[in-house]
Design a protein around this ligand. Structure first.
Ligand SMILES: Nc1ncnc2c1ncn2[C@@H]1O[C@H](COP(=O)(O)OP(=O)(O)O)[C@@H](O)[C@H]1O
Ligand SMILES: [Mg+2]
Length: 240
């Protein structure tokens, strides 16, 4: 039987111009920080932007943005609140800061439920902060939302890049569009850029290790003044 919610998803995301899923092979490479900064900077450029934290096991964007006391509004669906100029949604609103282990079908069920009830309205960009790796979230995004472009984050470490190689080949196999790769916490002598280009994938730019970015977590004004944010601004120019 076809789940009626699945066909509603296309309506719900129908007025979103671009859906960008920030993904990676491994955790801890800077996806959430990049996704949050990217969304904030797009909004500052006057683009109507949404941010959706879809990392069920370790949602972090509410912490980065310093979200407090704001809740989604229910109105024949769920309307994401406006936070720092962004339409913001996170699984944390439903997990109440507890871990939310979900397996296979349970995950898909939660995924479909969220995408079928959230009313994003008209957006230029929806940035999705993904859990790490090739898993349910990525497969469901391709299957049910269909038009997401994948922005892959890696560090300079061969350990991170080896998983990116697999991720790229998986996305190619599934014919999912790859927007490009961002190299975060770039180290000297790294060969990530050459390797990415050799795989025929766009290299969107690099972000240095920024020793003060941690101090800005929870404070958006400070975050946007960092070298990290400057680097993300340069990446945006290559995305458009
Ligand atoms: N360029 C950077 N310089 C310094 N610290 C960074 C940088 N990028 C990410 N971090 C830090 O690394 C940690 C992991 O980042 P996070 O965005 O949570 O990764 P992920 O979402 O991929 O698991 C966080 O503490 C974050 O503040
Ligand atoms: Mg994260």
């Amino acid at each position: 039987m076809i789940d009626p919610r699945v066909s509603i998803i296309q309506d719900r995301v129908g007025d979103i111009n671009r859906i960008i899923a920030v993904t990676s092979g491994k955790g801890g490479v800077g996806k959430s920080l990049l996704a949050s900064t990217l969304a904030l900077l797009l909004a500052r450029r006057g683009r109507s932007t949404g941010l959706f934290d879809l990392d069920f096991t370790s949602p972090s964007t509410h912490f980065i943005l310093g979200v407090r006391e704001t809740w989604p509004i229910e109105d024949k669906g769920i309307i994401p609140p406006l936070i720092h100029g962004l339409r913001y949604m996170s699984v944390v609103y439903y997990s109440k800061n507890r871990a939310m282990p979900l397996r296979g079908i349970e995950f898909s069920n939660a995924f479909i439920e969220l995408f079928s009830v959230i009313k994003w309205g008209s957006l230029d960009f929806l940035i999705v902060d993904m859990p790490p790796g090739i898993g349910d979230a990525m497969l469901d995004l391709i299957r049910f939302v269909k038009r997401a472009e994948f922005l892959i984050v890696t560090t300079s470490s061969p350990l991170a890049f080896e998983t990116v190689r697999k991720l790229i080949s998986m996305l190619n196999e599934l014919e999912a569009p790859i927007l490009g790769v961002v190299e975060n916490m770039k180290m000297e002598g790294s060969v990530v850029k050459q390797e990415v280009l050799r795989l025929g994938v766009n290299f969107l730019g690099e972000i240095p290790y920024d020793p003060v970015v941690e101090n800005s977590l929870g404070n958006v004004c400070e975050l946007l003044k960092t070298v990290f944010a400057d680097s993300v601004n340069k990446i945006i120019e290559k995305m458009e």
